[in-house]
Design a protein. Structure first.
Length: 131
């Protein structure tokens, strides 16, 4: 397993047994750290030929609107170009974070991308193994 820590708000683990990346967000990263975390994930996806991601937002705060836009308009097309096609998202009981995450995911083409929300990490990983 490879682990990369990006600043104090992002940790990325390569889970070879699934295979997938697990991206853990904590708090509210500044924009440069958020984008560096996303781009680091992209590099790891490319390096390990991974097309699935588990994003853990259980300790995250709502990302800024500009970062959400950047994620969907700039980062996502690059990720899909290397095969990114599936995401399991762990959410918490914070309705604002859950709304923001669902808003981000709603902009993705369901013909090209599969996603599902979870509150239990093991269930999310088991689902990713079946995709």
């Amino acid at each position: 397993m490879e682990t990369v820590v990006v600043g104090k708000h992002c940790r990325i683990d390569v889970l070879v047994e699934v295979p997938c990346l697990k991206i853990k967000w904590v708090g509210l990263p500044p924009s440069d750290e958020f984008r560096k975390g996303c781009n680091t994930a992209l590099e790891l996806m490319r390096k390990h030929a991974i097309v699935k991601v588990l994003t853990d937002n259980t300790e995250a705060k709502v990302f800024g609107v500009e970062d959400q836009r950047w994620l969907n308009e700039e980062w996502l097309p690059r990720a899909q170009a290397i095969g990114y096609r599936c995401s399991a998202v762990l959410v918490q009981n914070d309705p604002f974070v859950t709304f923001a995450v669902k808003n981000i995911m709603a902009k993705r083409d369901p013909k090209k991308f599969t996603s599902r929300f979870f509150t239990n990490e093991q269930e999310a990983l088991e689902w990713l193994k079946t995709i």
